[in-house]
Design a binder for this molecule. Structure first.
Ligand code: ADP
Ligand code: MG
Ligand code: MG
Length: 339
C-alpha cells in the first residue's frame, strides 16, 4: 500500500521562500509508486492553504497574503501516514509544529519537540553542547527586557567578549538579523536589529581568524550516520543572507579539502552533537575550522536544513552514494520507524 504523506512548506519565518524551493524539490523526488504526497503551503500569516492555492504557491515560489489561522487543518492530517514538515525557523523548525503533530499522533520527518526546540535556540544549543565537551566560541546571552532596562549591563557583556563580535537573534536562521560588530560604536544598532526579531539575543566572540566553514550531514534516529564533510567558500566578510541565496556567490566543495583527521573529528563531533541534542531523522552540523591553529569549533545544528536538489545536505549524502530521491524516501522511513 502506498504511504500517504503530508508535505508542509512555507511557514511564518523569514525562511518562507527557501522552504518553498526545498518543498518543490522534495515533491518532485518522492517516488510516486511508494508515496501519495499532498503538499500544504503555510502562508507567512500562518494560514494553511487549500490544494489549488498550495499548488499555485509552489509553482510561483510565493504564497498569497493569508487571513485566518487554520490550525485545525493539522487535525485533518489524521488520514496521513506521515508528515514532512519542510519548514525552517520559528513556527516550523523550532518544536511548535512538531508539538502539534505529536498531539495529533502523526509520525513526522525530523527531530521531535525537544531536539527541534533546543537546536533552534543558539544559546540552548551552546549550553547543551558545552556540557557534552564540544568546543565552541565564547558567548553571552541577553534578553530584550534587560536591553531595555539596563543596556550598560548588555554592553559590558559585549566588552567582555571583545571586538569584533557577532550579534544574532537566538532563534533564527539564514543569517537574518545577524551583524558582525567591529567596534563598540556599532553595538547598539546591531542589538536593536536583533531584538526587533527575537526576545533572546546571543553575543558571540568572533573566531580568531576568518574561519573556514565546513558542514556535516547526519542521517538516522538512534543509530545515526555521518556524511562526508563539505565546505562553503565565498568572498563576503561572513556568510550573510545575500551570499547564501544569490546564485554564484558561494561555492560548495565536497569532500572538503581537509587533513583526514580533521574531517573525521568533524564527523564524530557532529554525531555527538546530534545525540546530545536528541535530534532525529536529519541535521546539518556546521563548524568553523581555523587552519592557523587546527581548532574545530561547532557553530550550529540545523534540524531542517535547506533541501533543494542543490543544497548542501542532499549533496553531502549524494557524495555518500544516496540519491536525492533515495534520501527523501529514507527520511520518511525513519519517520515511520519505532524509536
Ligand atoms: P544562521 O543560523 O543564520 O546560519 P550562523 O550562526 O550560522 O547563523 O551565522 C551565520 C554566518 O555568520 C556563519 O556562517 C559565519 O559566516 C558567520 N559567523 C557567525 N558566527 C560567527 C563567529 N562567532 N565567528 C566568525 N564568524 C561567524
Ligand atoms: Mg542556522
Ligand atoms: Mg548557519
Amino acid at each position: 500500500m502506498k504511504k500517504r504523506i503530508l508535505l508542509l512548506a512555507g511557514g511564518q519565518s523569514g525562511e518562507h521562500e527557501v522552504s518553498l524551493l526545498s518543498a518543490r524539490s522534495v515533491l518532485g523526488a518522492l517516488p510516486r509508486d511508494q508515496f501519495d504526497v499532498t503538499p500544504v503551503v503555510i502562508s507567512k500569516q500562518g494560514r494553511w492553504l487549500p490544494p489549488t492555492e498550495t499548488v499555485r504557491a509552489l509553482e510561483q515560489g510565493a504564497a498569497p497574503v493569508g487571513g485566518d489561522l487554520v490550525l485545525h487543518r493539522a487535525a485533518s492530517a489524521e488520514g496521513y501516514d506521515a508528515v514532512f514538515p519542510l519548514l525552517h525557523g520559528p513556527m516550523g523548525e523550532d518544536g511548535t509544529v512538531q508539538g502539534l503533530l505529536t498531539l495529533a499522533g502523526i509520525p513526522f520527518v525530523g527531530s521531535g519537540v525537544l531536539g527541534s526546540a533546543v537546536s533552534m535556540d543558539k544559546v540552548m544549543t551552546k549550553q547543551v553542547l558545552a556540557s557534552a565537551g564540544i568546543a565552541q566560541v565564547a558567548w553571552r546571552l541577553a534578553v530584550r527586557r534587560e536591553w531595555q532596562q539596563t543596556p550598560d549591563a548588555v554592553r559590558a557583556r559585549a566588552a567582555d567578549l571583545g571586538y569584533p563580535l557577532f550579534v544574532k537573534p537566538a532563534n533564527l536562521g539564514s543569517s537574518v538579523g545577524i551583524s558582525k560588530v567591529g567596534t563598540p560604536a556599532e553595538l547598539d544598532g546591531a542589538l536593536q536589529l536583533a531584538f526587533s526579531l527575537d526576545r533572546r539575543v546571543i553575543l558571540e566572540a568572533m573566531t580568531a581568524h576568518k574561519p573556514r566553514e565546513i558542514e556535516v550531514g547526519i542521517l538516522g534516529n538512534d543509530a545515526p550516520i555521518a556524511s562526508p564533510v563539505g565546505e562553503l567558500r565565498f568572498e563576503a566578510e561572513f556568510y550573510d543572507y545575500e551570499t547564501k541565496y544569490t546564485e554564484g556567490r558561494a561555492a560548495m566543495h565536497i569532500p572538503a579539502p581537509l587533513p583526514p583527521e580533521v574531517a573525521e573529528q568533524a564527523r564524530q563531533t557532529a554525531l555527538t552533537a546530534f545525540r546530545a541534542l536528541d535530534c532525529a531523522g536529519l541535521a546539518r552540523v556546521d563548524f568553523f575550522y581555523l587552519e592557523q591553529t587546527g581548532e574545530l569549533l561547532l557553530n550550529e545544528v540545523n534540524t531542517m536544513p535547506g533541501f533543494t536538489t542543490t543544497s548542501m545536505y542532499p549533496k553531502l549524502f549524494e557524495a555518500a552514494g544516496l540519491s536525492y530521491s533515495e534520501l527523501v524516501t529514507r527520511l520518511v522511513q525513519l519517520a515511520l520507524e519505532e524509536r
